[in-house]
Design a protein around this ligand. Structure first.
Ligand SMILES: Nc1nc2c(ncn2[C@@H]2O[C@H](COP(=O)(O)OP(=O)(O)OP(=O)(O)O)[C@@H](O)[C@H]2O)c(=O)[nH]1
Ligand SMILES: [Mg+2]
Ligand SMILES: [Zn+2]
Length: 298
């Protein structure tokens, strides 16, 4: 029987077949690649053998269309965040918590690498003063010029949520963002239920408290599905190499062949067209983040 993994907690997986959910374990004899720190993830399509009305055993994982990986800091292996995704919704905020654009750029690059369409959502705009709104406008124009959709919204005050809901229609969307950014709040709105616990920001740190501890798929009122992931502060690439990164910057693409050296990584090489265009067709912030991300790839 074929089903979809909609939740994984430790070694137990909830697998959905039509409208029924079975609690399942994985049969260890079909060992998966040792390169992964977690064998099964939300989004996987699996073959199931039922052992009771409510439980089953996962016999096999069907080939994944795609997946989103980060490096597991525990063992340096690949940690799969979700599989079989159509798009990523990268959430950020100007405040409470403040999101570094580097984090957003990293999520965008990874999305492109795994051939998933990135979309950006800046939440909590209800908190912004004029000056902060201005900052957000500048950020918007950077990403708009790259043809990446950027929404601004407030889940709390129900601002612009219909537009966000529309873009998730009929798609399976991976939601990524720092803890406390409002992922679960958004999902509660989109499912029309209080499916997810949300929490006040920790008073001490001003950051969220990580109330979501595993990835889980939710069905929305509009036929879309979203994968909620535990908020993380930062993440590291697993299989994206230094030489891959430049191809994940759309604004570099048109000019990639025009540098003096055809393998130019646009760092300190002489005759670099990209460096010449910083502040013109290439945003300085994006370029600085590029260098910084490049530096953390080993
Ligand atoms: N002011 C304001 N607060 C919001 C908004 N959206 C969410 N919040 C609040 O921000 C806090 C964190 O929201 P969550 O939805 O739990 O955040 P999360 O991204 O799921 O966090 P993790 O599960 O820890 O990754 C809660 O207190 C929400 O009520 C918003 O648009 N404006
Ligand atoms: Mg959450
Ligand atoms: Zn160059």
């Amino acid at each position: 029987m074929k089903g979809v993994v909609i939740k994984s907690v430790g070694n137990t997986y909830n697998v959905q077949v039509n409208n029924k959910i079975f609690k399942c374990n994985y049969r260890g004899k079909y060992k998966l690649s040792n390169n992964f720190s977690n064998p099964i993830v939300s989004g996987d399509i699996v073959e199931l053998e039922l052992i009771s009305k409510e439980t089953g055993i996962i016999e096999k994982i069907y080939e994944r269309k795609n997946y989103f990986l980060k490096k597991s800091l525990k063992d340096n292996k690949a940690h799969i965040i979700a599989s079989n995704i159509d798009q990523t919704l990268i959430m950020g905020s100007i405040k409470s918590p403040y999101t570094k654009l580097k984090f957003i750029d990293k999520c965008i690059s990874a999305s492109y690498f795994y051939e998933i369409k990135p979309i950006i959502l800046f939440n909590k705009i209800d908190l912004l003063n004029k000056e902060e709104e201005e900052k957000l406008n500048e950020i918007s124009s950077i990403y708009n010029s790259l043809n990446i959709k950027l929404f601004t919204a407030s889940v709390k005050e129900n601002i612009n949520l219909n537009e966000v809901s529309e873009i998730l229609n009929n798609k399976r969307t991976l939601i990524i963002g720092n803890s406390g950014i409002g992922k679960s709040s958004l999902i509660n709105f989109l499912t029309g239920k209080k499916s997810q616990r949300t929490d006040d920001l920790s008073l001490k740190t001003g950051r969220g408290k990580q109330t979501t501890t595993f990835s889980e798929i939710f069905s929305l009122k509009n036929n879309g599905k979203v994968v909620d992931t535990p908020g993380f502060k930062d993440f590291y690439f697993h299989d994206i190499d230094k030489n891959d990164l430049k191809f994940l910057y759309p604004e570099f693409k048109i000019k990639n062949n025009q540098c003096k050296f055809n393998n130019c990584n646009h760092q300190n090489e002489p005759g670099c067209i990209i460096k010449e265009n910083i502040g013109k067709s290439i945003s300085e912030r994006r370029y600085n983040n590029y260098l910084s991300i490049l530096n953390e790839i080993d």
